[in-house]
Design a binder for this molecule. Structure first.
Ligand code: BES
Ligand code: MN
Ligand code: ZN
Length: 496
């Protein structure tokens, strides 16, 4: 994609893109807009050619210097009710519309959006990257991304370059995560995922990485991660990515932990043919943590952050994990495996314990497509959130999620579940009982390995991918929680 910045509209081939708030006459630059629309702005709206209805995209043509030009407008509704999120959604709809029309050159008259030009520029940067993104290269066409071909000029007197770049940066981190999640499991497996991450983060300032291979995991006692991954010919890996900005005020890092099951067949507790479908997304937690680290490092945020990714493929084999097996975790606690399909909590147990003891983080957050139960509880459009701290601890997280529109819901986890996870007849812990409240049980299981570190667990089973398109993404993987966690870190409220 090509981006340019101009202080005023300069007539050329490009389509003219405007925002259209209801109270159009109150717009600061109404006269500028009205000139572009041949002095007919109000008539065009009252004749219903262009619509100011929020989120509606309409087009018309105007003559400028005797040339016929296309005008694309996105309705913004009542401008006093606009928020940064509503601007992002409107801009997302705009790009999705343009992807359908195959426009290649546009000038966006930024001040017609009747919102802070920096916020609009940020939205253009992000939404042009994410809203119509699709993973390419897996069919025989040589289709390119719509946004790669696009030529955008942002027209405003304000200095919006860095705001635009911020949005574009975050947007490309989200598409990075989505691409990893979408890759087919025969091509993206623990080793290949780790290799691609090593290439991706190589040469990033202040970044160090480490990959533990299967032998190392066994030697060092990662008994649960090794057990889950051993049945696959593609053996498990543990990937660590550490970023420490020189201006980081705190020595103790933020730890971001991701479930990275590159395929979840269920193992011997095999999934049904329908239940197995789309289990390539079972590494979305790890992919989204990669997206967060990508954004944090590109934006060079002044923080200390570590990512720990537990990568394994849950398969069936003569040497596979059996229901009834007992394994020793990295922490020393033993686990009876009652169901091999409850594998996510097993790999996370070792990853969370490793993060807690190796890095003494100030806060740990894990992201995992962990349970079908969370979907039963709160639907497929909310992320379930659990913490070993009081509700106040996640207050700022709840605020960030309101800002980004990524819905989360605080779910319970208490002594009740602590009792349940200890109900093995033979080992310290049991990986699954088959009682109601499965998402809370899974959270409590992971909490057995947090060593008292303040911790927040995100069950993204419902939100990691979607069957319907939104302004932020077409159907498929979503990169959920990247925007929320970045907002939380950038707002500086994470540690409050
Ligand atoms: N990866 C699944 C959870 C999942 C289910 C994610 C549906 C997305 C959509 C997880 O590993 C799993 O299989 N969980 C089991 C746990 C059960 C065996 C205790 C489940 O939820 O059925
Ligand atoms: Mn499973
Ligand atoms: Zn799984």
């Amino acid at each position: 994609m090509n981006i340019k910045f101009e202080e005023k509209y300069i007539a050329d081939e490009a389509a003219i893109v405007i925002g259209l708030p209801e109270n159009i006459k109150e717009l600061k630059n109404f006269d500028e807009l009205d000139t572009l629309l041949n002095g007919l702005t109000e008539e065009i709206i009252s004749a219903n050619v262009l619509s100011d209805k929020y989120g509606k995209v309409t087009t018309t043509g105007v003559t400028i210097q005797r040339q016929y030009r296309k005008v694309i407008a996105v309705g913004l509704g009542d401008s006093s009710e606009l928020t940064a999120l509503k601007v992002q959604k409107a801009v997302g709809k705009l790009f999705q519309f343009m992807a359908g029309e195959k426009d290649t050159e546009i000038q966006i008259i930024l001040d017609t959006f009747s919102f802070e030009p920096e916020d609009v520029a940020d939205a253009v940067g992000m939404m042009s990257a994410v809203s119509s993104h699709k993973l390419t290269g897996y069919d025989s066409s040589d289709k390119k991304q719509f946004h790669d071909e696009l030529d955008i000029t942002l027209v405003t007197k304000a200095d919006v370059k860095s705001a635009y770049e911020h949005g574009a940066s975050l947007g490309s981190s989200i598409t990075l995560a989505r691409d990893f999640a979408t890759m087919p499991p025969n091509m993206l497996y623990p080793e290949s995922f780790a290799d691609q991450l090593a290439v991706h983060f190589k040469d990033r300032p202040h970044v160090k990485g480490e990959v533990k291979d299967f032998d190392t995991l066994i030697q060092e006692g990662f008994g649960l991660l090794a057990a889950v991954g051993k049945a696959s010919v593609r053996k498990p890996r543990l990937v660590t990515i550490e970023y420490k900005h020189p201006d980081a005020t705190d020595d103790a890092p933020i730890a971001l932990i991701g479930k990275g099951i590159t395929y979840d067949s269920g193992g011997y507790s095999l999934k049904s043919r329908n239940g197995m479908r789309s289990m390539k997304y079972d590494m979305s937690g790890a992919a989204n943590v990669v997206g967060m680290m990508d954004a944090i490092t590109k934006l060079e945020l002044p923080v200390h952050a570590v990512a720990v990714l537990a990568l394994a493929e849950n398969m069936v084999d003569g040497n596979g994990m059996r229901p009834d097996d007992v394994y020793k975790s990295l922490s020393g606690k033993t686990v009876e495996v009652s169901n091999t399909d409850a594998e996510g909590r097993l790999v996370l147990a070792d990853a969370v314990y490793y993060a807690a003891t190796k890095f003494s983080p100030k806060i740990m957050m894990d992201f995992a497509t962990l349970t079908g139960a969370v979907i039963q509880a709160i639907g497929e459009n909310r992320t379930g959130v659990f913490t070993n701290q009081g509700r106040k601890f996640i207050n700022n997280l709840l605020i960030s999620s309101k800002v980004t529109g990524e819905d989360i819901w605080h779910l319970p986890m208490s002594e009740q579940e602590d009792e349940r996870v200890k109900k093995s007849d033979i080992a310290d812990l049991l990986n699954a009982d088959f009682k109601p409240g499965g998402a809370s049980f899974a959270a409590a299981f992971i909490n057995q390995f947090t060593e008292g570190t303040p911790w927040v667990h995100f069950d993204i089973a419902g939100t990691s991918n979607t069957s319907r398109s939104t302004p932020f993404a077409k159907k498929g993987s979503t990169g959920v929680m990247i925007r929320t966690i970045l907002d939380l870190i950038e707002s500086g409220t994470l540690y409050e």
